[in-house]
Design a protein. Sequence first.
Length: 283
Amino acid sequence: MTVIDPDTQAGWVPEADEDDDAEDMPLSLRLSIADTLTLGNATCGFMAVYFTTTGILIPNLTGDESGMARNSAATAVILMLCAAVFDLFDGLVARKLRSSPMGAELDNLSDLISFGLAPAYFVLVYGMVADGAHERVAAVGAVVVLLAVVLRLARFSCVTVKDGTFQGMPSPFGALTVVSIVLLELPFVATLMAIIGTAWLMVSRVEYPKPRGRLAVAMLSWIVLSIGLLAAWAFDAPGGQLLLQTGCALQLVLGAVIPLFATARRVNNFRDNRREARAAQLP
């Protein structure tokens, strides 16, 4: 707005207030530290798809047996593990510092790439390159994984649960479980059933604890150990194959044990509530 000075009759424009400049600044220029970590999550997920394509799918289609498949598979999974680290720390940083108004949306979109698209694509490529696998059936399994993560993330945004828990298997945990199933190289039918079971756990009502405090440290330690096992397997270290299979088997056991404990606790709580209700009805 131009203002006319009554003394000099000269026009001048008032200086913009710093607060107005901050309000007019695009959101993209006001990303928080937590948002930057979230974008690192998305980048790792995309690069996992890239390595799965260039190192596993394309060499298989062109008949180039150059030994890239093992290294690229390990790299893709390590990138998914790194995405899980970013996902773990962006929440911690957001609670300690701050997050931008679009932080929650960024987190969901990044999780969809790293823990939805990347593992689903990994399953799809597995169906195309593995011996004894069926491509179209594996494609169905990949779609089930992707849709499970989509529904899981959408429900997370809409449903309020009690503090300290997730409803359904968290998408990072589910993605790592799906990848572990594929790396175990089980028979195709068993692999597909385990993948579908994991997808069901992600959309179930089973309660999982949020990784905070000691649990967050334990999760980070597990991810670092998994990266070491994958690196040993990728570089054909002595016993690397056995270590990888042991790590993947432990991931599956953990994925199965937590729902069993949660279900048992829920049943016990139901029984206790029922006993209390009966006791209250007695004269």
